[in-house]
Design a protein around this ligand. Structure first.
Ligand SMILES: C[S@@+](CC[C@H](N)C(=O)[O-])C[C@H]1O[C@@H](n2cnc3c(N)ncnc32)[C@H](O)[C@@H]1O
Length: 373
């Protein structure tokens, strides 16, 4: 069972998300290969329909139909049914993680002509700016009947169909329509999902967000069937979270909200932590190096305080974002060695997540309990 995951603007982060997700689902990734933003994985079990809704950083999911030999395209593909619709008209797209786009394009054209279909290749005209530079081309039109893909692996080319696309409108709708919004501080639903997946928390387990604000990450977790505890020292934020979670009509027994200081609150137990703490002041201009260092130091002390307060009650991963502050051409991040040393955790992932024009981006950390040797 081979699938293509098309990774979004931060491919490293999305890949870590995909791997963490399958680790916790106990659907082992038997093999994987990458080509640009394409990640081809062989899974132990079939992937249920609409699995894409679980991911924050995946742009599309496809199923491999055939491994093909470029020199014998016709022989390999003629036996496959490519179009399952009933109309004589077909708009199709071809995602390419391959050097053989032209060969496939020519094959599909000839094939549909032979089948007497009025087929039009729709080019991928929407560009996603990648964090690593460059662009990922994705389809812009909804009027596409079939999306095919090609992927060059090591010594093999794979052909398949995109079968799952994300429903961004639903995600945006709930983000815009919830009663309490706090744009300057809020984390996006997509990044929330990524942090939740990185934490490897499972359905019916409990996730703690010790800096929950108005509860964006909490609601994304609840939507996935995860129980949550949200803590914020700001009374207005907790009231906002309460209103938002009530608006979603989540069952009250699945969440708990506390207006407390997370460095001090006691007794809350959970499987994992996923959170976006205070990243410092929202900056309108570039800070000085000294200002940045102060922000980072107070961040380190805050997160150390929170981890040490919770670690006896958390069995799994701790995932948090941290400030990544631009000073001229470089960016400063927190001292993770100090955090690890003072908390007894070890580092699983450290992944930058930022846009060029942001003064304060993020570095996302995933920590695991140190295994005693
Ligand atoms: C960046 S915001 C979190 C945003 C949140 N993810 C959302 O979508 O609304 C950080 C939050 O941490 C809270 N906070 C800061 N220090 C805290 C502490 N020691 N204990 C609990 N909450 C704290 C702030 O009140 C703020 O609401």
């Amino acid at each position: 069972m081979k699938y293509l995951f098309v990774l979004g603007r931060n491919a490293i982060l999305s890949k870590a998300e995909v791997f963490s997700y399958f680790e916790k689902e106990e659907n082992k990734i038997l093999n994987s290969e990458e080509n640009g933003n394409g990640l081809l994985v062989e899974l132990t079990h079939p992937l249920p329909l609409n699995s894409i809704r679980f991911f924050g950083g995946v742009v599309a999911i496809g199923e491999v139909i055939s491994e093909v030999n470029i020199k014998e395209l016709e022989k390999d593909l003629d036996k496959i049914n490519l179009y399952s619709g009933t109309e004589n008209k077909l708009n199709y797209a071809l995602w390419s993680f391959s050097e053989n786009f032209d060969e496939f394009q020519d094959y599909l054209k000839a094939r549909f002509k032979k089948e007497k279909l009025k087929a039009t290749l729709k080019h991928l005209t929407r560009n996603v700016d990648l964090q690593s530079g460059g662009k990922l081309e994705i389809p812009s039109s909804k009027l596409i009947d079939e999306e095919f893909f090609i992927f060059d692996g090591k010594g093999k080319t794979f052909f398949g169909k995109i079968t799952q696309n994300p429903d961004y409108s639903k995600m945006e709708e709930r983000d815009m329509e919830k009663p309490v919004r706090r744009e300057s501080l809020a984390i996006s639903p997509r990044l929330s999902k990524i942090l939740i997946n990185l934490s490897k928390v499972k359905k019916d387990e409990t996730l703690i967000d010790p800096f929950c604000g108005i509860g964006v990450l909490l609601s994304e977790a609840l939507l996935l069937g995860i129980k949550v505890i949200g803590i914020d020292k700001d009374k207005d934020a907790i009231n906002g979270a309460k209103q938002n979670l009530e608006w979603f009509k989540f069952k009250k027994e699945n969440y708990k909200l506390l207006n407390s200081d997370s460095t001090k609150v006691g007794g809350e137990k959970g499987s994992a932590i996923a959170t976006e703490p205070d990243l410092g002041k929202t900056l309108k201009k570039m800070p000085t190096k000294n200002e940045a260092k102060k922000t980072l130091e107070s961040f380190e002390n805050l997160i150390i305080g929170v981890i040490n307060n919770f670690k006896g009650n958390i069995s799994g991963r701790i995932v948090f974002s941290s400030p990544y502050i631009r000073i001229g051409k470089e960016r400063l991040k927190c001292n993770i060695e100090k955090i690890l040393e003072k908390t007894g955790y070890e580092l699983k992932y450290e992944i930058p997540e930022y846009r060029e024009n942001q003064f304060v981006g993020r570095v996302i950390y995933v920590l695991e309990k140190r295994v005693k040797k």
